[in-house]
Ligand binder design. Sequence first.
Ligand code: SF4
Ligand code: SF4
Length: 307
Amino acid sequence: MTPLELKSFIQRRAYELGFNGVGIARVERLDKEADRLRQWLNLGNHGTMSYMENHFEKRVDPAELVPSAKTVISFSFNYHQADIKRKEGSLKIASYAFGRDYHKVLKKKLKILFREIEDIQGKVVGRMFTDSAPVLERQWAAKSGLGWQGKHTLLIHPKKGSWFFLAEIISDLDLPADAPIADHCGTCTRCIDACPTQAISPKGYLLDGSKCISYLTIESKGPIPETFKEKLEDWVFGCDICQDVCPWNRFAKPNQEPDFQPHPDLLSLSRKDWSEMTEERFDELFFATPVKRTRYQGLRRNIDFVD
Ligand code: SF4
Ligand code: SF4
């Protein structure tokens, strides 16, 4: 197969496996992004996520992860829960966490694709990632034309919105690269204005992770600082606000992935059900979902904080 034919095969199979975007970028050290990351870390915007300081070179140079790498193939996977009707006054979790743990779901699909590529191409030196290693996923996805990084710093596609997971294959496959697409945020400031904790800088494109509700309710292990009392707006695991208000998400379509459908009881939980949630109920509802990351004690802390 020619590189172009192989690229078409990868695109076609990725779509058949359920991904909604595929883009390719040539491997290079991300010098500009490295400077921005250094600045972000120096500002302490990573809070207590000290792992963000580790493996700096690996994070900014994929050749440190796969020494013979030529390309980064980025994939997007839709998780949009289009018709969420949460019970009025109930507590909220981010919609990416409704279904099965995406790390497992996406990795399985990437493995299938990787095997099929090797069936055609012979041995490929490469690794697969989905939020699972020091890879600047959004930056690679932006470079390969999967969208632009909006003022909230998430990736947005002009026809698909921003509700997607990202995954990558970094390998020695020599494939034609795609071009980035333009930033369409324009003068919009909806995400900045709507963020209840002012985590997005006033000019956008910079997120103080230590103020983001996702960090406060998932990553941060200690007590949530009292300064955030009344600011979490009933979110107890992650937050969807900046994506909910983004005008580009009017183009988002509901996901079709059976593994990402919510537990039937999840959306009917009342505020009282959340308040009274036991460890057994937590296990039933969140056993295989991203929410298990906080364990019962973490979710309990969050529920008690907002309740
Ligand atoms: S996820 Fe929520 S808290 Fe975090 S930046 Fe977006 S709106 Fe703000
Ligand atoms: S809400 Fe507006 S400013 Fe924020 S990411 Fe979307 S388009 Fe950009």
